[in-house]
Design a protein around this ligand. Structure first.
Ligand code: HEC
Length: 152
C-alpha cells in the first residue's frame, strides 16, 4: 500500500519544525541592548532613537526623542526612572493614556511568564537602558521639539 501524504502537510510540518528550531535558537539575552532596541523600539522611536520611526505617525502622541532624555547633558543619567518608564508595570493607572506597550509585561510574557522570565525581562530592560545612556546627546537638541509626554 502506498501512503499519499498531501504536499501541503509536508510543507506545513517542515515549516513548523523550522520555526520550532528557530524559537529554540533565539535567546533574547544573546542580543545586545542596541540590537534589542532595533528589534522592539525602532518601529516607533526610529533606528536613530529620534522618535520618527515608521509607526510614529500613526500615534496620537508624539514619540519622544530618546537621545535627549536629560534637560542638561551634564546631569546624571536617570537610569531608574527610564527603567520604570520602559517597564511600565509600576506606572499608576492615572497614566492610562500611555501609548507605548508595557515592556516589562511584554518581555515577561514572551519569556514564559515565570520567575526566570522576570529576571530575563529585567536584564533586557537593563541592557536597553545602558544603550540609551550611551546615545544621550547623539543628535542636536531642539531639532525635533518634544510636545508632550513625561520628562525626566
Ligand atoms: C508603539 C510605539 C512605541 C514603541 C514600539 C516603543 N515606544 Fe517608547 N514611547 C512611545 C510613546 C508614544 C511614548 C510617549 C509616552 C506615551 O504616551 O506612551 C514613549 C515614551 C518612551 C520613553 C519615555 C521618554 C520620555 O522622555 O518621557 C522611553 C524611555 C521609551 N519610550 C523607551 C522605549 C523603549 C526602550 C522601547 C523598546 C523596548 C520603546 N520605547 C518602544 C511609543 C513607543
Amino acid at each position: 500500500m502506498r501512503l499519499r501524504i498531501p504536499a501541503v502537510l509536508i510543507g506545513l510540518s517542515t515549516f513548523m519544525l523550522a520555526t520550532a528550531v528557530a524559537a529554540q535558537l533565539f535567546e533574547p539575552l544573546d542580543l545586545s541592548g542596541e540590537e534589542m532596541f532595533m528589534r522592539y523600539c525602532a518601529a516607533c522611536h526610529g533606528t536613530d532613537a529620534r522618535g520618527t520611526g515608521p509607526v510614529a505617525r500613526t500615534m496620537n502622541k508624539r514619540v519622544p526623542d530618546l537621545t535627549q532624555l536629560m534637560a542638561d547633558p551634564r546631569d546624571e543619567f536617570p537610569a531608574q526612572a527610564i527603567r520604570d518608564a520602559i517597564d511600565g508595570r509600576s506606572m499608576a493607572i492615572s497614566h492610562g493614556t500611555r501609548q507605548m506597550p508595557v515592556w516589562g509585561y511584554e518581555f515577561w510574557v514572551e519569556e514564559g511568564a515565570d520567575v526566570v522570565a522576570e529576571q530575563t525581562a529585567r536584564e533586557m530592560i537593563n541592557r536597553i537602558v545602558a544603550y540609551l545612556e550611551s546615545i544621550q546627546g547623539a543628535n542636536e537638541p531642539g531639532l525635533l521639539e518634544l510636545e508632550e509626554g513625561p520628562r525626566f
